[in-house]
Design a protein around this ligand. Structure first.
Ligand code: C5P
Length: 317
């Protein structure tokens, strides 16, 4: 059996970050929106039900990454998608010592890796849904259970599972769908050099301890209101990312990218999540194309994608 799912990237329209909690995670108030940039995740179960095709141990045999952004994607059990399939297998087995089909995974990467766009999380969300499908004859995993497994895998995994537009609280895993009217056009600028999410969160703590960081902005009502208007100019005025100062302090080169994009006509530009990807909200596709061209011309190692939001969650195709 070969099944496939489309997994979408995300942008944080608002990212409010409080101080670190005792467990090391930061309390967030964030507005997620899915982007029409996607990976395709394929899950193949070894055919027939011979003992050789089944196992009571780890089920994933192989993971391969291909496509534009495959470089640097781990092809082993460090990959969240790999761990997602094993998590579903464990959930299906429960206390039973149950033989399940062995599995191969393929990731076609259209989402930049280590970019602050939840590419790895989206792959994991797709793998959760596909594995639940593939093992359905052996035991059901409820939607609620899938969301619990998703949250255990990573803070962004639950959102990439449901997609659309949502308010995320807790460490980002507690979700409430939000209304969003219309379509928004973006120029997304990726970077050859990735950035570590934990390093960015550590930097915001350091800046704040030195009295240099901004106060947490946990009120998301301005974004909620702008999304209901459906007007990109209204949304542009209220985009907010508390991590941006920390990201720019680690990567001062991004400042020039933000400036170039603004000069090229974007309504506004922000760092996406923990970065280094920058997201420019634009009035229309033509302007977004100009932003991409100008930024790529002026900044070595950047690549641009014109896209829209919102997009759906995991879709089996
Ligand atoms: O949950 P996830 O594994 O994606 O988080 C990666 C890292 O980002 C965490 O280990 C932590 O350092 C940081 N993080 C955080 N607060 C959050 C989410 C992530 O400090 N709400």
């Amino acid at each position: 059996m070969l099944i496939r799912a489309r997994a979408h990237a995300k942008v944080n329209l608002h990212l409010g970050v409080e101080a670190a909690r005792p467990d090391g995670f930061h309390e967030l108030a964030t507005v997620f929106q899915s982007l029409n940039i996607s990976d395709v995740v394929s899950l193949e179960t070894l055919e027939d039900s011979t003992p050789a095709a089944m196992t009571t141990g780890p089920v994933v045999q192989e993971l391969r990454a291909s496509g534009t952004y495959a470089a640097g994607v781990p092809e082993n059990d460090k990959n969240l998608a790999w761990r997602a399939v094993e998590a579903v297998a464990d959930a299906v087995r429960g206390e039973r010592e149950l033989a399940l089909p062995k599995v191969r995974l393929q990731l076609e990467k259209g989402i930049p890796a280590a970019g602050g766009m939840a590419g790895g999380s989206a792959d994991a969300a797709a793998a959760l849904r596909l594995a639940a499908h593939a093992f359905a004859d052996f035991g059901a995993v409820s939607e609620e259970e899938l969301l619990t497994l998703a949250a255990r895998l990573g803070s962004d995994v639950p959102f990439t599972l449901i997609g659309g537009t949502a308010l995320g609280t807790g460490r980002g895993e507690k979700l409430a769908p939000m209304l969003s009217r219309g379509t928004y056009t973006w120029a997304i600028i990726t970077n050859a050099e990735g950035l570590s999410t934990p390093a960015v969160f550590a930097k915001i703590d350091e800046l704040r301890a030195a009295g240099k960081g901004s106060h947490p902005t946990m009120d998301t009502s301005a974004v909620a209101q702008a999304l209901m208007s459906g007007r990109p100019e209204a949304l542009a005025k209220v985009l907010r990312n508390d991590l941006q100062a920390a990201t720019l302090s680690l990567r001062p080169d991004l400042r020039k990218i933000l400036d170039t994009g603004m000069a090229a006509g974007a309504l506004t530009g922000i760092v996406s999540g923990s970065g280094p990807t920058c997201a420019f909200l634009c009035e229309d596709e033509e302007t977004a194309g100009e932003v991409v061209a100008q930024v790529m011309f002026d900044n070595k190692g950047t690549r641009g994608i014109v896209t829209t939001s919102p997009a759906p969650g995991i879709e089996v195709i």
